[in-house]
Write a protein that binds this ligand. Structure first.
Ligand code: IPE
Ligand code: IPE
Ligand code: MG
Length: 235
């Protein structure tokens, strides 16, 4: 059976979940944060090694101030609770995204990354202030600095080097990408890493995403034929 080591999720539809109930958008994010915790537990239970969650994009700063503030304050509480529970859950947490611009959250992010660094259970990547193009831009900058100081020749640059210069570093590429809420686009998520991932779109909004939905996505993945440019093996 093919391996499923890494699931990446574009969680979407928090706002619509709230609107449908006549609630402020913020409440959708509160409910969405609960779904993140639930999905982490489910992935751990199902033996998924890596889970990468798109929580706040470089473009999401365009949203109204009060919504951005509410989301940042949810991250703040989420980080506190993760710092308390990561050891018990044996979960390692890392941030993907530009840390510049996240100064408010940075001490807690760094604390969580260090207290959870040796945990061997679920490896969770949270993408905050993350944009795929911005991540590639920062990786190009890192490599260009090496070229400029003479420690790297342009012709020595390999795909692996670029992968390692990204925020995701040595984390393997996602096998399966899930996006909720019916939208079928990447919205600047993991542009490099998703090159050969299987995509699964569901109309279910993120706060309603549950074990049944996750199982459906996983089952669909197992029925896909991954060829990586090769031809299908005859059986
Ligand atoms: C996803 O839900 C959460 C973030 C992007 C922060 P949305 O807030 O985008 O929900 P919709 O798309 O407006 O319903
Ligand atoms: C993508 O969702 C970003 C995150 C899930 C963090 P958006 O709701 O911001 O994406 P668009 O604007 O519909 O493309
Ligand atoms: Mg959205």
């Amino acid at each position: 059976m093919k391996e499923l080591n890494h699931i990446a999720i574009i969680l979407d539809g928090n706002g619509r979940w709230a609107k449908k109930r006549g609630l402020p958008r913020k409440m959708g994010h509160v409910q969405g944060a609960r779904t993140v915790e639930k999905v982490c537990r489910l992935c751990h239970k199902k033996g998924i090694k890596y889970l990468t969650i798109y929580a706040f994009s470089t473009e999401n700063w365009k949203r109204p101030d009060d919504e951005v503030k509410a989301i940042m304050s949810l991250f703040d509480s989420y980080l506190d609770s993760c710092i308390r529970t990561s050891k018990k859950d044996n979960m390692r947490v890392r941030l993907l995204g530009d840390r510049e611009g996240l100064e408010m959250l940075l001490p807690k992010i760094e604390k969580l990354e260090s207290v959870s660094a040796d945990n061997t259970g679920l490896q969770l990547q949270i993408c905050i202030n993350y944009g795929g193009r911005d991540e590639i831009r920062r990786a190009v900058k890192k490599l260009s600095e090496k070229v400029a100081d003479g420690s790297l020749l342009p012709e020595e640059i390999t795909e692996d080097m670029i992968s390692h210069a990204l925020d995701s570093g040595d984390i393997p590429d996602p096998d399966l990408l899930i996006r909720t809420s019916g939208e079928q686009r990447l919205s600047n998520f993991l542009l490099w890493q998703l090159a050969y991932s299987e995509f699964y779109f569901t109309s279910v909004v993120w706060p309603d995403f549950d074990e049944e939905q996750l199982d459906l996505a996983i089952d669909t993945y197992y029925h896909r034929d991954r060829r990586f440019g090769n031809v299908k093996e005859e059986t």
